[in-house]
Design a binder for this molecule. Structure first.
Ligand code: MSP
Length: 513
């Protein structure tokens, strides 16, 4: 059977420049996508921009721009971000593209055909900033203003003709799906939130608007535009050429293996999206993972607090591998986590520069000086060598499982401990002191440590691709050859080839920097 894997990020509102929250969703998805490729899967990794709706229309008006032109410009910034973050996305979808238009209108037609759409009037609260409808009990009055208790965003009272989707009739089917597919909503704490919400009973959902025009028209009634979330969620199948369900991409990649999202948009992905798909008689995604929020110095990032950390600035100052590593090492994936420049610097210095980086530099320069710059072919391992290699090798199935369960923090903790152990092994084995007395032993030590550097580099590859590819390339292992299968393949080095030059992997950050 083909090993296919489809992973998506949320599609981002191009209403302003990209921030750390966007970078976080994307980096996490990229790590899982890359790891699956290392496991030998055909991966489709999708990201993009969510360009319709009142929020974007208003932002464009504020900037005195036509909404399409406004999106063209800002969507480019998100495309640039994929390069800056070194994302390995295979596609970038914009909801203003033709392929998406067609797909959304077809979904709409399917919902009409199934009898799930009816015309009525929406009377209630709406947050433009969240593009979400809220119930009276989800609203509170703060400083004379009505805001959503869930997001804190301002809400407006709306009364307009609207088509409704019969969400209420799907509660039982949804609850059954959650029950039968224990891993559909992760982490499990979030699953409980969703289940509780659905158990209380769902209300029908307004799925069209008439008070503005920036959206995809409802087929046969273009006074209405389709609700931006119905439009946006459909991107996950538009990119697979839906409605052409015979298309190879659709056949190979739908249903998606995982949608990576932030916890604030869980309701849309774990309730609305599967309900739309159920009604359209299409298969449901296998997993929705809702990550927590990135906080800056313990506070939510906001323009007014002036604590917004700009991912592009951090990448320019410290490097992209450094940012990627830091975000997944320091923030517990399912929970909110604080980041700070101070911690970032410590993390770069301790884990990357002093540990992994320093290990590689020391070992390669020792080989250069003492072994004509070639990795010795010496495999007479003693108990200490075997212990070092086996603890990693024997744990590979567990490490793969951790990644596939999105337990990124535990994965990284273990791999970093291997890097500390490898450093200690190199120090304790003292190849320099046996150089004269027992050169064969020195060779075995060097082979062992190179093997371990290779293994650690493969494991860290999805997290810090640039550095690990440099290290592996130094050992003459080309990018295309990097795979989980190469772990503990004792034949992966060409012992006749000299090591390539390795420039500094991670600069240490001075404290006043
Ligand atoms: N356009 C919708 C998603 C549609 S998906 C069919 C949207 N866009 S967004 O640009 O507002 O947010 C995109 C993602 O960024 C969400 O997953 C959100 O959780 C994430 N983040 C925004 N700020 C964040 C933090 N401070 N921390 C972590 N992620 C947060 O919602």
């Amino acid at each position: 059977m083909d090993k296919n894997f489809y992973i998506t990020t949320p599609i981002y509102y191009p209403s302003g420049k990209p921030h750390m929250g966007h970078a976080y969703s994307s980096i996490i998805a990229d790590i899982f996508a890359r790891f699956k490729r290392l496991e030998g899967y055909n991966v489709l990794f999708l990201t993009g921009t969510d360009e319709h709706g009142l929020k974007i229309q208003r932002e464009a008006e504020k900037n005195k721009k036509d909404p399409k032109k406004f999106c063209d410009e800002l969507s480019e910034k998100f495309k640039d971000l994929t390069k800056i973050l070194n994302l390995s996305n295979d596609d970038f979808i914009r909801t203003t593209e033709k392929r998406h238009y067609k797909s959304v209108q077809e979904i709409w037609n399917k919902l009409v055909e199934s009898g799930d759409i009816y015309l009525d009037k929406y009377t209630g609260w709406y947050s433009v900033s969240d593009e979400a409808y809220y119930d009276e009990n989800e609203i509170e009055l703060v400083n004379g203003k009505k805001i959503s208790k869930l997001s804190g965003s301002l809400v407006d009272w709306v009364e307009e003709e609207s088509y409704f989707f019969k969400l209420s009739s799907w509660s039982d089917k949804l609850l059954k799906y959650y029950k039968d597919n224990n891993d559909f909503i992760l982490p499990s704490s979030r699953k409980n939130e969703v289940v509780n919400f659905v158990e209380k009973g769902l209300k029908d959902l307004s799925v069209s608007r008439t008070s503005f025009s920036w959206g995809i028209p409802v087929p046969k009634n273009n006074k209405h535009v389709i609700y931006v979330w119905l439009d946006a969620l459909t991107n996950y199948i538009s990119a697979l050429n839906f409605p052409d369900i015979e298309d190879n991409n659709y056949k190979r990649f739908w249903p998606a293996d995982i949608h990576i999202i932030g916890k604030d948009i869980l309701r849309f992905h774990a309730i609305y999206w599967p309900a739309f798909l159920l009604a359209a008689k299409l298969p449901l995604p296998k997993k929705v993972f809702g990550h927590g929020w990135i906080l800056s110095d313990d506070k939510k990032m906001s323009k007014s607090l002036g604590n917004i950390l700009d991912p592009i600035e951090i990448v320019n100052n410290y490097g992209i591998d450094q940012l990627r590593y830091y975000l997944v090492k320091e923030v517990s994936l399912g929970n909110d986590g604080s980041i700070s420049m101070e911690n970032l610097k410590n993390c770069i210095n301790n884990d990357l520069a002093n540990n992994y980086g320093n290990l590689c530099q020391r070992v390669f320069s020792f080989i250069k000086k003492n072994c004509s710059n070639k990795i010795p072919n010496a495999k007479k391992f003693n108990a200490v060598d075997n212990k070092l290699l086996n603890q990693l090798k024997n744990n590979v199935p567990n490490l793969i499982k951790l990644m596939n369960n999105q337990n990124l923090n535990e994965f990284i903790k273990i791999v970093v401990s291997y890097s500390f152990d490898a450093n200690k092994y190199f120090n304790d084995s003292e190849p320099w002191s046996v150089k004269k007395t027992d050169p064969e032993r020195m060779n075995v030590i060097l082979f062992t440590i190179c093997e371990q550097i290779k293994n650690i580099s493969i494991l860290l590859n999805s997290i810090i691709p640039i550095a690990t590819e440099k290290v592996l390339y130094t050992m003459n292992i080309e990018k295309e050859k990097i795979s989980i299968d190469q772990i503990n393949n004792l034949e992966s080095f060409n012992h006749n080839k000299e090591l390539k030059e390795l420039d500094i992997l991670f600069n240490k950050i001075e404290n006043d920097n």
